[in-house]
Design a protein around this ligand. Sequence first.
Ligand code: ATP
Ligand code: MG
Length: 602
Amino acid sequence: MSALPPSKAPAAAPGEATKPSNFLRQIIEADLANGTYTARQWAGSPGDAAHHAAGQPDPAKIRTRFPPEPNGYLHIGHAKSICLNFGLARDYGGVCHLRFDDTNPEKEDTEYVNAIIDTVKWLGYDWNGAPDAAPYQASDYFDFMYRAAEYLVTAGHAYVDEQTVEQMRINRGDFGKPGVDSPFRSRTTAENLAIFREMRDGQHEDGSMVLRAKIDMASPNINMRDPAIYRIRRATHHHTGDKWCIYPMYTFAHPIEDALEQITHSICTLEFEDQRPFYDWLLARLCEGGLLASPPPRQYEFARLNLTYVVTSKRKLAQLVYDHKVSGWDDPRMPTIVGLRRRGYTPEALNLFAERIGVTKSDSWIDYSTLEGCLRETLDHSAPRTMAVLDPVKLVLTNWDAVMGAGKLDACSAPVHPHLPELGKRQFNIGKEVWIERGDYEETPPKGFFRLFPGNKVRLKYGHVISCTGAVKDASGRVTEVHAELIPDTKSGTPGADAVKVKGVITWVAVADGLPAEVRMYDRLFSDAQPDAGGKDFIESLNPNSLKVVHAIVEPSLAAAKADDKFQFERHGYFVADRVDHVQGTKLVFNLAVGLKDSWGK
Ligand code: ATP
Ligand code: MG
């Protein structure tokens, strides 16, 4: 193991000096120790055996890949896969490929392609061995896939089946019942080749026949009972146009894509476990025929991420968008990576999350608060502090004119970050009138309430100690103004400031220099921890209170906030300047990223 290259991981998060091992790391370390892949060649681009044979010894010690289908925005589950695949390549001196799996001739949206590219970059990774390299695309391999299929036909490993879909289904058998050979299974090689070429040339109807691998109709693994590998489908592909009217099936295409790219460790989610025997069978046939370089890639499965309080299926996320349950793919309540980003999540937080949840071989649920904890931790270390009043009521210091002078403002300052003195101080004023939280005043305080009530003293954080004298109410009994007297010589940071002891400290913003801001208070999008488990209609558990917009008053330093900047609003939580609607200095819009403590459900 000592021969391993040093990890090039970014600085570990606090408390995470070394990465915990996992079964994939163990496999890779064993492969490196045994030299399993040291003889591989790489020709600088994907290709067949001859192509790579003309190349160099592969400088990448391992190759992994992230192969999204460009049919939606990536979500937190994909983040797990990205951090895993790119992280392993980085840690073991390898390369991770970004490959668009576009073998399905469905309409691809360049919006999705671009969003995926941006997301992977944003998470901190580059692909295919060079910064800004073009991602690979599976449709570039159609010619080879067709050649591979012809090879299987000529080697007696594939045949054209003209059974109807229904006949094929019945003859496949089931778990306890072996399948029955198709009447077309014994066609000659010449006949199969001729008909397969007719399929390619458009001489047969869509759905009238398929090319099937010839393996074993009695296999206990149903995926090995002569799986279909090519189908007829007259569809215009966004890259190859009308060149093809036959398309490879995913289970045939995917292993070939991996092999052409010289992937060593092909990591996928558990539902593909039953496909692994076919993956191995297919690559063994194509290596044996000299079409693909040896050794072929190996597939390994890990448990997909199941996160409570969200849905992670592109189809279901699309439904939320198209039914206007959210404002878009990047709505800050969405578990999409663009949504999480707009919510204030950082690449550091998502990488930390992926690291913390680890990889296992058995399915489990991760609590949403684990994700929130990662964000809170990373923001705590970096986010500048500010004061904001989210539910403002006016506090009048009735003796201000007498003790401080009419119309006078008094300058206060506070550290930008309590543990990062190098970030300096922020400045703001205190005056006769300040905004405080409505909830910080109680006419008749409940037990244990140490904030404002008649006769009690509190400190205005970074300011003076004040003594509450009462409040003014409107006809309905609602407090419109809280009154207090300032106690001279108690200003924070001045000699003797602590002479008057108080139990409560409250946050505030001066009426004179506070700035209005829209603050979007987000809560979980669903009120059910497993909104779509067991086929439930997830729309029914949408949380009607997942967004509350409040009109807040914030500290003047926030005039400089730029979109995406994150802050701690003291006592309230972490907030991010909205990347869509916030306009620096003009229109302040902040989103709640995460609270200060994990208080959900308590
Ligand atoms: P969806 O069901 O949301 O459409 P998908 O699996 O079809 O997801 P792909 O674009 O095909 O999406 O996935 C790209 C990669 O991301 C795959 O390798 C897949 O295994 C991985 N992936 C998708 N969802 C998760 C998840 N919840 N946890 C871990 N990995 C995931
Ligand atoms: Mg998919």
